[in-house]
Design a protein around this ligand. Structure first.
Ligand code: SAH
Length: 374
C-alpha cells in the first residue's frame, strides 16, 4: 500500500517494506539487544493498517492538517494516513470544513499568535465512539457551540469535544487545564470483555487488536494462583490489573497521572470489580513504601513508559521477593538496561516475547518473565 505522505512525516520508518521483512528486522533487533535470551517469533497483525486509535494533527493557515515534517515544524498535509481508520479521516475532514467555515484562527508559531494549536482524535473502536480534543491558546473558543453542533451532526461517532487550554510556548501538546465543550469529556471502549472510560489525558494502548493479544499473553505467562496478590505498576487506566483481577484475590494498581488514576478508579466501579485498589503515586516511591512496610506481593506486572523503570524500583523487588515479575516494555533499550539491574538482585529472564504493536514503525513491544535464580 502506498503512503500519501511519502514518508515525510517520519512516523513510519518501515512503510513500503514487506511486512514479513519488518517483523524479521524487529526480531533481529531484539536478538542483538538480548543476545542471551530466546527471542520468540514477533506476533504480527493479519492486516497491519488502520490500527492507531489516536492521532494528533496541526493545522496551517490554509486549513490543511497533518503531521509535522520529521526535521522541521512544517506541516505535511495528511489526506490518508495508512495507520488510521476511515472514521478518523472523516472526523478530521469535517473539522477542517467547520474550522474553515467559521474562520477559526490557527496558531502561528513564529508570531505566537492565533488560537488553535492542535487537534487530537481518540477512537474507541469497539463502540465506534470518538473523542475530539481541541488544543487552544485561550480558555474561550469563539463559536464553540456551533462548532460542536455541526461536528456532531456530520459525525455521529463524536461523543465528546474537549478544549485543552495550552497558552505556553512548548512542544508538549496537552496542558493539564481543560474544559468540556460537548458530551461528558470521555469515551467508552471495550477491551477483554471489560468497559473502560478514556479521557483526553489518560494513556490507552493505541492498537486494540494487539493489546488484546498482549493482555492474554500476560495472563498466560503469569499463570497466577487464586490467592495471589498482584501489583500492577504503571497501571494507566487500570486495564491490565482489572483484566487479571478475575483470576486472583487481590490486585493493587499504581499510576502517576492523576486523570488516568481517576479513570482507573471509575473503571473498577463501572465493571463492579471490588478486589482492586488504585494508588496515585510514583511507582518507585510506592513500591519502596510497600518494601519498607514488609508488605506481601506475589507477582508484579510492570509496564513503564519508554524511559523504563528505576534502580529504586528494582531494589524494592529485592526486598519484596515476588515469585515473578512480568515486565512489559515499549522500549527494548531501557528494558535491556533494567534487566541488568534485575540480574544484579538475582532475578533472571530467559524468553523475550515481541509483539508488533506499531506496524510500519521501528518500534516494538516486548514481554519478559523474571523470577529468582535457582
Ligand atoms: N499498563 C497500562 C499503561 C502503560 S503506559 C496499559 O497497558 O494501558 C505507562 C503508564 O505509566 C502511563 O499511564 C504513565 O502515565 C505511567 N507513568 C509514567 N511514569 C510513571 C511513574 N513514575 N510512576 C507511575 N506511573 C507512571
Amino acid at each position: 500500500m502506498d503512503c500519501s505522505l511519502k514518508k515525510q512525516c517520519g512516523s513510519c520508518q518501515y512503510i513500503g517494506m514487506d511486512y514479513s521483512k519488518q517483523l524479521l528486522i524487529k526480531k533481529e533487533k531484539c536478538q542483538s539487544l538480548f543476545p542471551d535470551h530466546h527471542i520468540h517469533e514477533v506476533h504480527g497483525m493479519q492486516y497491519p493498517y488502520d490500527y492507531r486509535n489516536k492521532v494528533i494533527v496541526a493545522f496551517n493557515q490554509k486549513y490543511e492538517y497533518g503531521l509535522y515534517e520529521e526535521t522541521s515544524h512544517r506541516i505535511v498535509p495528511m489526506t490518508k494516513c495508512l495507520l488510521h481508520d476511515q472514521e478518523t479521516h472523516h472526523v478530521l475532514s469535517q473539522i477542517q470544513k467547520i474550522l474553515k467555515k467559521y474562520r477559526v484562527s490557527i496558531y502561528d508559531e513564529k508570531r505566537n499568535k492565533g488560537f488553535l494549536k492542535h487537534v487530537l482524535i481518540r477512537r474507541a473502536v469497539t463502540t465506534n465512539q470518538t473523542l475530539v480534543v481541541l488544543v487552544g491558546r485561550e480558555n474561550v473558543m469563539k463559536g464553540s457551540k456551533n462548532f460542536c453542533q455541526e461536528l456532531v451532526h456530520a459525525c455521529p461517532s463524536v461523543k465528546s469535544v474537549v478544549l485543552n487550554i495550552n497558552p505556553r510556548k512548548t512542544s508538549v501538546v496537552l496542558s493539564k487545564q481543560e474544559k468540556v465543550l460537548y458530551g461528558k469529556g470521555f469515551i467508552v471502549d471495550q477491551l477483554c470483555q471489560l468497559t473502560f472510560k478514556i479521557s483526553a489525558q489518560s494513556f490507552y494502548q493505541i492498537n486494540h487488536e494487539q493489546c488484546t493479544y498482549m493482555y492474554h499473553k500476560i495472563l498466560e505467562l503469569l499463570n497466577p494462583r487464586k490467592e495471589d496478590v498482584i501489583l500492577d505498576a504503571y497501571c494507566g487506566i487500570g486495564t491490565i490489573g482489572m483484566f487479571l483481577s478475575k483470576s486472583v484475590d487481590n490486585v493493587i494498581g499504581v499510576e502517576l497521572n492523576h486523570e488516568a488514576y481517576k479513570d482507573a478508579k471509575n473503571n473498577a466501579k463501572m465493571n463492579h470489580i471490588n478486589n482492586i485498589q488504585f494508588y496515585h503515586d510514583d511507582a518507585s516511591k510506592f513500591i519502596q513504601t510497600l518494601a519498607a512496610q514488609n508488605d506481601h506481593v506475589d507477582c508484579v506486572v510492570m509496564d513503564p513508559p519508554r524511559s523504563g523503570s528505576t534502580e529504586v524500583f528494582v531494589e524494592s523487588i529485592r526486598v519484596l521477593k515476588p515469585r515473578q515479575v512480568i515486565y512489559v516494555s515499549c522500549n527494548p533499550v531501557t528494558l535491556a538496561r533494567d534487566l541488568h539491574w534485575f540480574s544484579n538482585i538475582g532475578y533472571d529472564s530467559q524468553d523475550i516475547y515481541p509483539i508488533d504493536m506499531f506496524p510500519h514503525t521501528e518500534h516494538i513491544e516486548c514481554i519478559t518473565v523474571l523470577s529468582q535464580k535457582k
